[in-house]
Design a binder for this molecule. Sequence first.
Ligand code: BES
Ligand code: MN
Ligand code: ZN
Length: 495
Amino acid sequence: MEYALETAALNTLHTDCLIIGVYKDQQLTPSAASLNESSLSIIHKVLARGDNKGDLGCTLFINALPDSTIERILIVGLGDAKVLTGKNFRKALQAVFICLKKTQIKTTTCTLAEVTVSDGDLQWKTRQIIEIANDTAYQFTTYKSDKQTEFNVETITITAPEADIASAQLGLCQGIAMADGINLTKLLADLPGNICTPTYLAEQALALGTQYDKLTINVLEEADMEELGMGALLSVSRGSRQPAKLITLDYQGGDKNAKPIVLIGKGLTFDAGGISLKPGLGMDEMKYDMCGGATVLGTLKAAAEMQLPLNIIGLVPASENLPDGDANKPGDILISMSGKTIEVLNTDAEGRLLLCDTLTYAERFNPDVVIDMATLTGACLVALGRVPSGLLGNCDALCNDLIAASEVANDSLWRLPLWEEYQEQLKSNFADLANIGGKDAGTITAACFLSQFAEKFNWAHLDIAGTAWRTGQNKGATGRPVPLLTQYLLNRAYG
Ligand code: BES
Ligand code: MN
Ligand code: ZN
């Protein structure tokens, strides 16, 4: 998809479809009003029929305009309030782009960036238009014989006043970078486990490294990890024929001496549970257990594309978790890179085994902050559903920064407590700690486990088990939490 800006008057435009807004009392957005004037009140006449009363997200096409280079008009309802909330602005945009599906419209011009939004400026609105159009257009057709998608739109032109073109331009560049990052994350996540192996993820990271000067990739092999003493991570891949990889993406966009932001993403390219085998129903969805890793790749792509003046390290521990004669067994005791010993009481709690050694490894980068994201616990779905990602951490300032970014990005978070009382649940009779904490508070005890390997830096953990993909009929990756992380990075760079 191509995105562009336009400052010229509407009646000079050539477009397959012009998108305008109407409020509940039939008041038109400025562009809609001027178009109405230059077209013998056609918009008012159509609205007077009552087919679109301006309810939020209600859409109506005017399918032919006599003597005009505008082929169609799409009217979207904006609701009651003249000042929209960010959420309602997004809802209107979602309705617009869904409405363009299954039509033959190739070029569209969207005037909705002129709508007043309480918590969003022109730059933000421009970005939202791109993000939502991109989200609607995405379809995973790699393995379909018929690659025709439902969304035929090729260009989206966003109108902006000449005077504000600079902030629209910024929004355009950022929106495109974020959309590209999100698409990479979705694509990697939607790929099946037999294609998207740890080796494949490493290859994709290396390919990304060739695209950006400031991005360097380094891949640790099992022998390297052996040397580092990563006994927890390697215990998981021992049960798989695919070798584990620890991928480092090193983006140096900032001052040479600036401490890096470290992003860690769980990269389980398939999680069958190991000897503690998962039930069969829905097990295919465990190909998404690498969404944390895919998020790291997507976010670094966006950051490199935007040339953010920051130093960012991405770390993706990648492996499969399968049952095998050489796999972890319940009761096994592992020695992690930190020296702490771990009793494996459930081989399906494998994510934390990869992450704990990666957290220890992160120390060598002298991080400013470390943020990990992982599809870590089914318990997170029980607690929070599929709306926010779970947030836990050892640093209030970092957690608050992430929450602030999540609100701007509309990629919500909910913080859970990480009180020391919960650490009790991880006690082991035979090792320093157990890898599970019993049936209560599973998301919290998983984070408690990680916290024991994150004592030397400011750290936050995002449990994205409920947010990284949709289940059911519309099954597919969401690209979350790339919007949140990119916004956090933007705030760190310019905020
Ligand atoms: N990848 C899963 C978590 C998961 C489950 C994500 C369902 C999304 C949907 C993780 O490796 C896992 O299996 N966790 C176990 C932990 C338990 C054994 C303590 C879980 O949640 O059941
Ligand atoms: Mn598991
Ligand atoms: Zn898992």
